[in-house]
Design a protein around this ligand. Sequence first.
Ligand code: SAM
Length: 274
Amino acid sequence: MKGYGIVKTLNELNLNHSALLLEEAHFAHSQLQTNMASLGGQANILEVGCGYGVLLSMLAEEFPHHRFSGIEPFFDGFAQLETFTGVVSQMNVNMKTEAYGDHHPEEKYDAIYCVNVFEHVNDWRHFLDWATDHLQVGGKLLVMCPNYGFPYESHFRIPVIVNKYVTHTLFQRYIYRFEKNNDCVGLWDSLNFVKKADVRQFLGQSEYSLRLVMSDETEIIDELVLRFAQDTEFRKRHRFIGGVAELMKKLGILKFIHYFPNYNPYMKLTFTRG
Ligand SMILES: C[S@@+](CC[C@H](N)C(=O)[O-])C[C@H]1O[C@@H](n2cnc3c(N)ncnc32)[C@H](O)[C@@H]1O
């Protein structure tokens, strides 16, 4: 992995989970790099829900001509993230402890991005509305997160049976234990089970279609399949879904997944402000 300052700092501190953190940030970085490179001049960029700020720090180092900032409220289920912010403060990254709903800067953004956050916000429709208000005309909102059109909950690594309520009823004990053992009580409650098809439908309605135009980058599924093949830890963490992908590949039907974008397990959506 490239010698970013944050990589060196985390390696030196040898913190719990730092390798995992770096792997996750590295994947997100590989997905967003081109988007950041395509922004001209001194773009004003915000990461929403930047967690530990590792990705933010990498991008800020790689694109010093852009202005990066991040917001992170450390909501229930993610309070443990706060212990890492000291690390990021050494990296000179502009980060505020704030939820997006409380963030109203005067200047608009050229790009807003969020990685594995959209499925946690209370109301993703409200989030899209907020992002529209805070983007320049022509600005981009980049969203990467699980798509619950595919019946799998990737944080808890369980199948989704019918909906959130029924799944919770069936896996109640497991969910309780998982949250307790992983110090993330509140994680299940934070999930909104967003489906790509619902986002598409929402944007097709009323005034939203005029303000945000969505493009669906389904290639991210190919990148994830590649990651399953190359990243042993990732494969171990997502055995079920990795197994399904491998089986589909063996049967030669994985390529057809692009014909059913609403059912892909993960999504990268780009919204352009009109
Ligand atoms: C799964 S974590 C992802 C963190 C980081 N983006 C990453 O990929 O490691 C989800 C994050 O969304 C944040 N979040 C949830 N609701 C939010 C809101 N209303 N505004 C900003 N961030 C929010 C949580 O605090 C948490 O840090």
